[in-house]
Design a protein around this ligand. Structure first.
Ligand SMILES: [Zn+2]
Length: 103
């Protein structure tokens, strides 16, 4: 087996390069949520986990939905979200999570 080279288009995301536009676009949403991360470090070698932030306590499906919404609304639109925009998005996801937990 031989290593070969081929030219490829790469897309620059928030912190690195990606082979798909979609992955690059989504990286901006993930980076934005990571900036909001307020997870507390675990205390005493993981035996007492610290508090988990909004984003990291979301089930995977909801986190993916938050990333999708952020990507559509801000990254693809080329619009820098205000703090209020992000809070509205968080409320939207939190509300739908609460709704799903009811049923
Ligand atoms: Zn977090």
């Amino acid at each position: 087996m031989m290593v070969s080279m081929e030219p490829a288009t790469v897309y620059r995301g928030a912190t690195r390069r990606y082979l798909s536009r979609r992955a690059a676009e989504r990286s901006f949403a993930k980076a934005a949520f990571m900036k909001l991360c307020e997870c507390e470090p675990p205390i005493h070698a993981d035996r007492y986990p610290g508090a988990t932030c909004w984003y990291h306590s979301l089930p995977t499906v909801a986190a993916e939905r938050a990333i999708d919404i952020y990507t559509e609304r801000f990254v693809k639109a080329g619009r820098e979200p205000s703090g209020e925009d992000v809070e509205a998005l968080i409320d939207e996801i939190s509300d739908s999570e609460a709704g799903e937990n009811d049923g």
